[in-house]
Design a protein around this ligand. Structure first.
Ligand code: AIR
Length: 348
């Protein structure tokens, strides 16, 4: 059987790394992105530029691909659902619809008896008065936003009054957890009870953007087991196909909470490219394209640092050691707070 051509919706660094992994497996890729300067086009075999509502361009994309995935969760559900009527979209569009809506996502997780922070939907400023017990809290848009975009820290009602917010757009208020540590689990599910799971990754954020990811995470055995079992439970319940990331908080009392689920490959898993026999990207391509599942083997401990904004500049001219792996996302413009590249260091 000839190998399928993989369509990737979204053309940022995650798309580039998926296309690179696919190429290694002999799989052709077509990237579809609304940004004409999308960096992933430099790594894929084919590129189509169009908006996510451009039917003609989407049809061209469908005609050139056999199976479609996405590298960014904020793709309109309608677009994914329309494509799925002709060619399989994996993970399923219905999964993306749950996860891209913070309220639906948290309701889904809690129904499985998996702990999240306390939260409430806010549709009107006056409602905050009745949920004072959730302050201090984070006010987040129910849809869109990543890397802290669209989020406001609310200490008191006074903070809220100072914000100019259109509540009709939908917000949720999440009670702040006194965080001791953040970890993530990356899991690739192939089919029922068939998955490959990476060990927990310890993450450090700066300015609400991921800065460092390290394996092994310094956590106790109870947290290790609980985080893995919750990630497996979530992937099974969603009947997920592909790579999924679950982000967790650990509080000062060693309680574990799911912060959010990303229905895609994830920044904290970049170190899997160098630290494992099969990366999160290759596993995603293997799962969505129906290729063989290969048992994971860890090669090394590792630390990844994200290069944000103009931090990339010095790295572009740097000499690296044998255990250092530098990735330049080749984005056209350097912007403040934009992820421009990363460096993974293998450590013994
Ligand atoms: N991304 C997706 N969700 C969160 C992140 N960071 C990646 C995807 C997306 C890219 O970030 O690869 O395409 C967008 O980056 P930028 O710098 O153009 O905003």
């Amino acid at each position: 059987m000839s190998k399928p051509t993989l369509g990737i919706i979204g053309g940022g660094q995650l798309g580039s790394m998926l296309a690179t992994a696919a190429k290694k497996l002999g799989i052709r890729t077509v990237v579809f992105c609304d940004d004409i300067d999308s960096p992933a086009q430099k790594f894929s075999d084919n590129f189509i530029h169009g908006t996510y509502s451009d039917k003609e361009k989407i049809n061209e994309f469908i005609s050139k691909t056999d199976v479609i995935t996405y590298e960014f969760e904020n793709i309109p559900y309608e677009t994914l659902n329309e494509i799925n009527k002709t060619k399989p979209v994996l993970p399923k569009p219905s999964i993306n619809r749950i996860i891209q809506h913070r309220l639906a996502e948290k309701d889904f997780i809690n129904k499985l008896n998996i702990r999240t922070t306390q939260y409430v939907l806010i549709t009107n400023k006056s409602e905050i008065d009745s949920v004072q017990n959730l302050l201090p809290g984070l006010l987040k848009t129910t849809t869109l936003g990543y890397d802290g975009k669209g989020q406001h820290l609310i200490d008191s009602i006074k903070d809220l009054n100072e914000l100019d917010i259109d509540f009709s757009k939908g917000y949720i208020l999440e009670k702040l957890v006194k965080i001791k540590k953040e970890i993530s689990i990356i899991i690739t599910r192939f089919s029922d009870k068939k998955y490959e799971i990476y060990e927990p990754i310890e993450n450090v954020h700066e300015d609400q953007i991921l800065k460092y990811s390290t394996i092994p995470a310094k956590i106790n055995s109870k947290i290790l087991e609980q985080s893995k079992s919750w990630a497996i439970h979530l992937a099974e319940e969603l009947k997920y196909v592909g790579t999924l990331c679950v982000e967790f908080f650990i509080d000062k009392n060693e309680n574990l909470y799911v912060n959010e689920v990303a229905p895609r490959v994830h920044n904290s898993g970049h170190l899997t490219i160098n630290a494992y026999n099969i990366s999160q990207f290759e596993n995603h391509v293997r799962a969505v394209c129906g290729l063989e599942q290969i048992p994971l083997k860890k090669i090394s401990n590792a630390k990844m640092v994200n290069l944000i904004g103009d931090q990339i500049i010095v790295y572009r001219n740097k000499q690296f050691e044998k255990n250092e792996f530098f990735f330049d996302y080749l984005k056209k413009d350097i912007k403040n707070k934009r992820k421009m590249g990363h460096l993974t260091t293998l450590i013994n």
